[in-house]
Design a protein around this ligand. Sequence first.
Ligand code: NDP
Ligand code: HSE
Length: 448
Amino acid sequence: MTEVAKNGTWGNDRPIGVAVLGMGNVGTEVVRILRDHADDLRSRVGAPVVLRGVAVRSLDKDRGLPADLLTTDAAALVAREDVDLVVEVIGGIDPARGLILAALNAGKSVVSANKALLADYTGELAAAAERNRADLYFEAAVAGAIPVVRPLIQSLSGDRVNRVVGIVNGTTNFILSAMDETGADYSATLAEATRLGYAEADPTADVEGYDAAAKAAILASLAFHTRVTAADVYREGISKITAEDLETASAVNCTVKLLAICERVAGEPSPEEGGKERVSVRVYPALIPRKHPLAAVSGAFNAVVVEAENAGRLMFYGQGAGGAPTASAVLGDLVMAARNKFYGGRAPGESVYAELPIAPIGDTPTRYHVNLQVEDRPGVLAKVAGEFAKHGVSISTVRQEGHGEGARLVVVTHHAVESALADTVAALAEMASVTSVTSVLRLEGTEE
Ligand code: NDP
Ligand code: HSE
């Protein structure tokens, strides 16, 4: 091998020792790539990258690895002197958090795919990395193989990001795409997603939007240089979406997607906030026009659209989940961290200087698609329209479908704040001439 020129103090033959914590879907692929591509990795890093050990919960499974590489004592593996870099792909908060902190406090760099942990503890982990001059990388935590963390942290660090909108959960996108394509209902499609291995045995984190909310928190923190945690994200899942909702969407040339939306919104001129711009971070199912670029993202794929003041609109698309795609992002980080060891560089630290306040969902402007079952007689439309006007919600279009007992009104609004729309819907539900408010769906991705 040719000698690599460098500035740091790492000897060219001194290996960079790697510990992998977890050997499930992602860890298995990380270990495979580390072993299969050892020569390429050595050339790309400048020094050999050597797998020192893999921590798992159970030693009973056949992992296709020499027994002496496997351990159930993750803490001891992290503490080994010949481990320089730790890959955490266990998931969850504990013991992952303690293991990562132990690694960082010992000056070892960490690569993690753990969105649940990073959404809530990036501050603590980044501070430990900073104190100990170690690196913390987490490209795989958002949208699997798709490079979106690094573009936000590095490529766009000279620009001003105004909005990030994405489909960041593969399981729910698979379910909504299948409902759209086949007309099947939610439960049947979830069962199919489970059978195909997209949805886990307990699909709550995916279908109720927790997974997407964690990713939204990470994206918003990076985009707006503000610490946003999962608790700051307004969240609704897809479990209440019906086949009728998809039909309604189709009738207006839209489809339904679970969107993670992070955007700057104008600040309140209140003395506390001093008119400071705010950040709105939310995850919910919404109608989007079929011609919108995110409408074409089907199956388990993910996509993220970033709008920046100077770069304009950028779109990132690809596989947001799965062992090998996620491991690709982990390995990218691992090479960066290993190069930093070899050449003496550092990963960018956390940037939260802007400290923008979080806008409550009630203050967030969105368009709505409201479906009402109504009595079909003169004056009903005027009364319904009057209720929208009373609450300051401007109507864009109204369509009547059916007549007599089956009469329906479909109202599409201009942008209105959530609280005004909620008050309107509550008032409509009380009206004698409104039999039921059949559905209220947000409408995103329109120019208006
Ligand atoms: P899995 O559940 O498939 O694997 C988890 C692994 O961690 C298993 O090997 C398990 O051991 C091991 N483990 C659990 N507890 C311990 C412990 N106390 N000590 C040592 N090892 C332990 O998870 P995934 O591979 O799917 O996900 C890993 C991480 O990657 C998560 O943070 C996830 O959110 C993230 N991620 C996953 C994606 C995916 O598509 N799967 C996509 C993007 C991110 P054992 O095998 O013995 O049970
Ligand atoms: N459960 C996640 C999904 C895995 O369905 O997208 C990737 O984070």
